[in-house]
Write a protein that binds this ligand. Structure first.
Ligand SMILES: CC(C)(COP(=O)(O)OP(=O)(O)OC[C@H]1O[C@@H](n2cnc3c(N)ncnc32)[C@H](O)[C@@H]1OP(=O)(O)O)[C@@H](O)C(=O)NCCC(=O)NCCS
Length: 206
């Protein structure tokens, strides 16, 4: 989906895909697979790569890889890509490396941090603040002035009413309705959403 968005937006010259599970020489959506993590250095100099997008859904893993790449190759820039069928207000801000997928809406006054994923047809209303490496799932909906801390995930179809704050590294489960603030590092779900258990930031949730 990230690659499809990059290609459809057609703002960057996409030279290839780096993937540890796909064989070099194969193609993904018509784009050649150039190698694995072990080949990154060679690929960057061979193709004069100046930017990248990390296509990993898990917030912690996406953040770790982004930080590793920017520390190891300081001239590389995380690239922000917005699908032409998404709608981002000109009064909203998107951080570097953030991806906005088809049908997503980001309204005026909202600030989205670096490395976030705003998934298919999600809606982020006015004056929200999303931290770094946050994900908003398909059809999830944030009211105005909602805050979401770093690495938190608002999963498939969850709703968050206006002015609620969600801490860092918290996962709001599919279909939840959040009507009160949630702390850091919990899994919460249900209507109304309640913290069900604690979690660690690196714990997989997808
Ligand atoms: C919340 C979530 C992360 C799992 O949390 P978990 O603590 O690991 O939960 P488990 O899978 O162990 O399930 C524990 C119980 O909670 C229930 N449960 C899990 N997620 C739930 C949810 N979102 N709403 C209501 N109940 C839920 C399960 O049915 C199970 O109930 P049971 O004990 O009666 O069988 C996951 O269910 C979820 O909602 N993931 C969303 C993923 C997503 O959005 N993917 C799309 C990405 S594009």
């Amino acid at each position: 989906m990230v690659l499809d968005t990059l290609l459809t937006e057609n703002r960057a010259c996409v030279v290839g895909v780096i993937d540890n599970r796909l064989s070099p020489g194969k193609k993904l959506l018509g784009v050649p697979v150039l190698g694995t993590d072990a080949d990154v250095s060679r690929i960057i100099s061979e193709f004069q790569v100046c930017g990248f997008v990390v296509g990993i859904g898990d917030n912690w893993r996406r953040g770790q890889l982004t930080q590793h790449l920017t520390q190891r190759f300081p001239k590389l820039t995380p690239f922000c890509t917005v699908h032409p069928r998404a709608w981002v207000s000109r009064f909203a801000e998107l951080g570097p490396g953030t991806v906005v997928l088809p049908g997503a809406v980001v309204n005026a006054g909202t600030q989205v941090g670096p490395g976030c994923i705003l998934n298919t047809q999600c809606s982020v209303d006015h004056d929200c603040r999303l931290g770094a490496f946050v994900s908003i799932g398909p059809h999830a909906c944030l009211g105005g002035e909602v805050r979401v801390g770093d690495y938190s995930a608002i999963c498939l179809g969850a709703h968050v009413i206006h002015a609620v704050s969600i801490g860092q590294a918290t996962v709001v489960g599919a279909g939840a309705v959040v009507v009160k603030n949630l702390p850091d590092s919990v899994v919460a779900y249900g209507i109304p959403a309640r913290p069900i258990r604690s979690r660690t930031v690196e714990e997989p949730y997808l």
